[in-house]
Design a protein around this ligand. Structure first.
Ligand SMILES: NC(=O)c1ccc[n+]([C@@H]2O[C@H](COP(=O)([O-])OP(=O)(O)OC[C@H]3O[C@@H](n4cnc5c(N)ncnc54)[C@H](O)[C@@H]3O)[C@@H](O)[C@H]2O)c1
Length: 459
């Protein structure tokens, strides 16, 4: 702890942790750590060790836990939760290779199932939320209710009701002085930071036109037949969808939300705002089959901002096509390859070093590590840190894009935000009905743009 040698105020030093809990629990609804900086709460415990819980022990959750455990200062992973037990064991096994002495998780701190998150959150000061994004609003709300600092992966919701829950919890987090990081790591990447600084200082004048792409191929697929062969039994529909979550809107939001959010978020950052409406088209032309669920394989959306400027966005998951992941913008005085960190001016400008400026990559740190370093420093030093509102609004940008491509209609920001279409199941249980069911041929229904019956399921 940076300030560990500072004398404690007498009133704080005199109380035991139990006394402290008793006297403060009513203030924040049963939990006290979150209402204080870790600096203060850790002193209240007589220890500066930050306790972390991991909810969602897959690829990114394990990565985020590694990065959290690699931040400076005393830190321990004390609880893990996942829908499936084997994911916890796999993740902890992998983490133990690098951080054995920082993992204190006996079997009674491994929580499995739909309610597992609550118990894991209760044991920690800081919670990593890295399940498929459909669950994020539920988990984030609970973490803030329990008064915990949070790192949550993007996107933070898959529908309007989810975004509203996250925005409300984000406001609550501010009131409770809780720090929240969101896995939009470009905000912690030096090249982007330096480029955006110059754009915001007016290097290329007013930004009048933008484009961004995430055109690539399928990230991964879990086929039902392979899953059932490995399990030695038939899976319920909910279990199948949870294991093959990328292809179901209630879990993933579609790839425009799950993946393209990174590029859309950069454009929002450049514009210092969020789009007011979206016009789009999309479909599923090539990547078809029962295991590819209900999501589109391509989307092309124009996002219009309040000043009338538009961002032309594309995202595609089709093998064998041209691929590109980037953001570019044009201004009244020049243009910028934002992802390449290059600015080109129409006129010579010594302030920028001539006609072209580019970011020298020397010493650039891994943004995934940097975002954790920044969050944990803010927690330990009680500095303002709350990325939840931007995370929610960039998630909504992408959701609005999906609503536009699925419906074929112009979608307004408020329409997307106020949408009453809740994608999540009403009951969470392995044998509960899934929000979407396959037809007799095993195929899931795809949204039909222009069709009025579909519209009420989309917006
Ligand atoms: N910032 C980035 O660059 C980046 C990169 C990859 C993934 N991600 C994000 O991280 C999140 C997780 O992606 P991933 O690739 O790790 O997926 P994953 O499938 O590897 O991991 C997800 C884990 O969550 C578990 N899970 C599902 N539902 C749960 C529930 N209700 N409660 C507890 N556990 C549950 C799954 O069993 C699985 O172990 C996604 O939101 C994804 O978009 C971000």
């Amino acid at each position: 702890m940076n300030d560990r040698n500072k004398p404690k105020p007498a009133s704080q030093a005199d109380v035991t942790r139990r006394d402290f809990l008793k006297t403060t629990s009513t203030v924040v609804g049963g939990s006290f750590l979150g209402s204080l900086s870790i600096e203060r709460s850790a002193h209240a415990q007589g220890s500066d060790t930050v306790k972390v819980a991991l909810v969602g022990c897959g690829g990114r959750g394990s990565g985020a836990a590694d990065q959290a455990l690699s931040t400076e200062g005393s830190i321990k992973l004390v609880a893990a939760a996942d829908a499936f037990r084997e994911r916890i064991d796999g993740s902890l096994g992998q983490l133990a290779r690098k951080h054995k002495e920082k993992i204190e998780i006996a079997d009674d701190r491994k929580f499995v199932g739909f309610e597992a998150y609550k118990e894991a959150i209760a044991l920690a000061d800081v919670v990593i939320l890295a399940t498929p994004p459909g669950f994020r609003p539920i988990h984030f709300e609970e973490a803030i209710r329990q008064g915990k600092h949070v790192f949550m992966e993007k996107p933070v919701a898959v529908d309007g009701p989810g975004v509203r829950r996250v925005l409300a919890a984000a406001a609550e987090a501010k009131k409770k002085n809780l720090k929240v990081g969101v896995g939009l790591q470009r905000h912690h990447q030096a090249g982007y930071i330096e480029t955006l600084k110059r754009l915001h200082d007016g290097a290329i004048g007013d930004i009048v036109s933008m484009r961004c792409y995430w055109n690539g191929s399928t990230p991964w697929l879990k086929k039902r037949a392979d899953l059932e062969r490995a399990a030695g039994r038939a899976l319920t529909e909910i279990e199948y969808q949870m294991r093959n979550w990328y292809y179901f809107v209630w879990l993933c939001g579609d790839h425009i939300v799950e993946q393209h959010i990174h590029n859309l978020d950069v454009i929002n950052w450049v514009k210092n705002g969020y789009p007011v409406r979206a016009y789009g088209m999309g479909g599923c032309e090539v990547r078809k089959g029962p295991d590819y669920g209900e999501i589109f394989d391509h989307h092309a959306v124009e996002f219009e901002y309040a000043d009338g400027s538009r961002c032309a966005s594309q995202c595609r998951h089709i093998f064998g096509c041209w691929n590109n992941v980037s953001e570019h913008v044009v201004g009244t005085k020049g243009s910028c390859n934002v992802s390449g960190h290059v600015i080109k001016l129409n006129e010579f400008d010594w302030g920028l070093g001539g006609r072209t400026w580019s970011y020298g990559r020397q010493g650039a740190r891994d943004p995934y590590q940097q975002e954790h370093d920044d969050l944990f420093q803010a927690i330990r030093n009680d500095k303002p840190f709350n990325e939840a509102e931007n995370g929610a609004k960039s998630s909504l940008t992408a959701i609005m894009g999906r609503m536009a491509t699925y419906s074929g209609q112009v979608i307004e920001w408020d329409q997307a935000l106020d949408s009453q279409v809740d994608q999540m199941p009403k009951i969470f249980a392995w044998d509960a009905p899934a929000p979407v069911q396959p037809g007799p041929d095993g195929m899931y229904p795809l949204a039909v743009p222009g069709n009025r019956d579909w519209l009420r399921k989309i917006v």
